[in-house]
Design a protein around this ligand. Structure first.
Ligand code: PLP
Length: 376
């Protein structure tokens, strides 16, 4: 056995792990023998917290008991239900509570953000993304280009890793942003790249996009709840995420959105409006004119789906107790342990695609499995 990689060593680490009890707070699928399976798909769909059922049951019970009165009298009043996620989401995003909002789903939020922050004008009409961007992001961007009478061939810049390399170099992205300069209307980057698990060095990239005069947005589907974020300080214009991966809020759960404080009262920005983005004090006056709320909430359209937000509240309560910084420490240690095991036990069979430096990745390891000789 390889020193430091034994089951005994792993158990010794578990014994001093302050977060060791957390795993028992989630339902784990069973393996073929009825035992608890080792679940490595949290980047796709997170496990269900055991407390989720109580949160959902509470809303079903309040709906039975109170019907419409539940908007105000439910244990967690529905009228402001989404706001109960704000403090924890703000902590995970590294933002102020008024800069985040739980709403819709990721691609819908991306469209809504582009309505406000992709404003091509004259020669400033290009969007820069990475070549392997998640397809839904690319579809959304290409459809927005078409909506503005533009086309992907001319107006979509896709930056890819150098030939023979797996992931993007910060200096290449910086150079391309600088080169495009005044032609750039929007830069959209991932926090953690979904295929390779690479965590981008966002601060300088956001700075470069802003110096070029472009809007800068982030897709944090694989970053939120995975790596600590500092969205306010990094100063991106907007960010969008889903909650069914690392946030454990269940399939199709309510997503989230960040809008930087500097846009909190930019009421002249074009936006697609709906009553839930209307000033709360006068929302129920039912007047004909739209008066947006300040902050990220001003981009809401419809009243929030309580049934898809309830599991998010259950999960965020666990994140609050665990603390993302402590989770990250454990994640670095666990991911490093798995990396060392793979390198020691499966050389030449399994190749790790993800960067090996902990600060260049989250908790995902993307693996390439070699074909057996003569195999297909
Ligand atoms: C990186 C990334 N972006 C966007 C999406 C699309 O999310 P949604 O279906 O919530 O719009 C996903 C979904 O897995 C994703 O992984």
């Amino acid at each position: 056995m390889i020193p430091g990689l034994t089951a005994a060593h792993a158990s010794a680490l578990d014994a001093i792990d302050p977060l060791a009890g957390l795993a028992a707070q989630f339902h784990h699928p069973r393996d073929g023998g009825g035992g608890r399976s080792i679940y490595l798909c949290g980047h796709s769909l997170g496990l269900q917290p055991k407390s989720t059922v109580e949160y959902v049951d509470q809303e079903l019970a309040d709906w039975q008991r109170l019907a419409v009165l539940g908007h105000h009298a439910a244990r967690r009043p529905w009228i402001s239900y989404h706001e109960q996620a704000s403090a924890s989401l703000a902590d995970l995003a590294g933002a102020g509570a008024s800069e985040v909002v739980a709403m819709n789903s990721l691609t819908v939020n991306l469209h809504l953000m582009m309505v406000s922050f992709f404003r091509p004008s004259g020669r400033r009409n290009r969007v820069l993304i990475e070549k392997s961007a998640f397809p839904s992001d690319r579809y959304a961007i290409v459809s927005q280009l078409k909506y503005h009478g533009l086309n992907a061939a001319e107006h979509l810049i896709e930056v890819e890793p150098r030939a023979g390399e797996e992931y993007l170099r910060t200096e290449d992205l910086l150079a391309r942003i600088e080169l495009e300069g005044r032609r750039l209307a929007l830069v959209l980057l991932p926090g953690v790249q979904y295929l390779t698990g690479q965590s981008l060095d966002l601060s300088p990239l956001i700075g470069a996009a802003r110096r070029a005069g472009a809007s800068i947005g982030l897709d944090l589907a694989h970053a939120i709840g995975n790596t600590p974020l500092r969205l306010h300080d990094w100063s991106a214009d907007f960010a969008v995420w889903c909650s069914y991966k690392y946030l454990n809020a269940g399939p199709g759960a309510i997503g989230g959105c960040f809008v930087h404080e500097r846009h909190a009262t930019s009421f002249d920005l074009p936006r697609f409006a709906g009553w839930w983005g209307h000033d709360q004090a006068s929302r129920f006056h039912m007047g004909p004119e739209f008066t947006p709320m300040a902050g990220a909430q001003g981009w809401q359209i419809s009243n929030p789906s309580v049934m898809s937000a309830a599991p998010l509240l259950a999960s965020l309560e666990i994140f609050r107790r665990a603390d993302i910084r402590r989770l990250r420490e454990k994640s670095v240690s666990l991911t490093g342990f798995l990396q060392r095991l793979i390198e020691a036990l499966l050389p030449g069979v399994v190749e790790i695609v993800t960067p090996s430096a902990p600060d260049e990745r989250g908790c995902q390891l993307s693996l390439r499995i070699a074909r057996p000789a003569g195999g297909r």
